[in-house]
Design a protein around this ligand. Structure first.
Ligand SMILES: [Zn+2]
Length: 140
């Protein structure tokens, strides 16, 4: 029984309202994006093949974010929003403000990312992944 504001305890009603608005906006934006990508490209030039590929990649990532956003909105409705789905601890509101659709706390997110080989077969474009070169933090 402690009074006073405990920021670690998760988002306040005010925060939730702001985050909900944010997530709705994000959802609308992504839906728009996907509509855009779904449209057939006019035969503009010879290079439309690789452009289609880029579009497909962009659409895939937009779809991924969209599903995260929709999951977050569902959690908001069921009152489970703001808790890590892995360790059930409250996700700090500072983190939610940056990534409103986050489903894990920073620690679990990191553990998950290094645990599964998510982006292995990326064509071309090496050296700007940013995945490596994190100093320190050799977990285990
Ligand atoms: Zn966690």
């Amino acid at each position: 029984m402690t009074g006073g504001p405990v920021t670690e305890a998760g988002p306040s009603p005010d925060d939730l309202a702001a985050l909900t608005a944010d997530l709705r906006e994000q959802r609308a934006f992504r839906l728009d994006q996907l509509k855009e990508y779904a449209r057939p490209t006019p035969p503009a030039g010879a290079d439309s093949g690789s452009r289609d590929e880029v579009r497909a990649q962009l659409a895939a990532s937009a779809r991924m974010v969209l599903s995260d956003v929709e999951a977050a909105l569902a959690r908001l409705e069921s009152g489970r929003y703001g808790r890590c789905e892995r360790c059930a601890r409250p996700v700090p509101v500072q983190r939610l403000r940056i990534v409103p659709q986050a489903r894990y706390c920073a620690r679990c997110q990191q553990a998950g990312e290094s645990g599964k080989p998510e982006r292995s077969g990326k064509p071309g474009e090496q050296g700007k992944s940013g995945e490596f070169g994190k100093p320190g933090e050799i977990g285990r």
